[in-house]
Design a protein around this ligand. Structure first.
Ligand code: ZN
Length: 149
């Protein structure tokens, strides 16, 4: 987790993205993935400018494995007071960008707006690939529960 003094100023977002990229690289290098050896790093960018990192944590049971996106989100929720998120950086060592899995998309929709920006890449490059709404169109979200009566 790294604090940043950047504000909502749009000019600062480029700096925030660069910082989040570096943090995601740092976290990707710490990934606990002795089974797949597939390192993933994530950096969640809060609207305040705070950047919270995460990495995948595998388990010998396989089913108990948690993705980097979700460890970043759990850290944000449990270790900070951040509840509004602007974007997320997701890195692997692959040449081709690796999108978040369905479970992570569904988890992100619980706490993030559809406008959450999703940046994918590796340690050498990073690019925005749309928003959470693009990755999870027609989502089941908390609002669905309130419409049933
Ligand atoms: Zn996932």
């Amino acid at each position: 987790m790294n604090a940043s003094n950047n504000s909502h100023n749009p000019q600062n977002y480029e700096i925030l993205i660069q910082k989040a990229h570096l943090i995601a690289i740092e976290f990707m290098n710490k990934a606990y993935c002795p089974y797949s050896h597939f390192q993933v790093g994530a950096a969640l960018i809060a609207e305040s400018g705070l950047i919270i990192g995460g990495y995948n944590i595998e388990n010998s049971s396989y089913g108990a494995t948690v993705c980097a996106e979700r460890t970043a989100l759990w850290s944000a929720l449990t270790q900070t007071s951040e509840r509004k998120f602007w974007g997320i950086v997701i890195l692997t060592n692959n040449e081709t960008p690796t999108p978040p899995c369905g479970l992570c998309r569904q988890t992100l929709i619980e706490f993030c707006d559809l406008s959450l920006k999703i940046f994918l890449g590796n340690k050498h490059s990073l690019k925005q690939f749309g928003t959470l709404g693009d990755f999870l169109p027609f989502p089941f979200d908390p609002k669905q529960l309130s419409t049933s009566s």
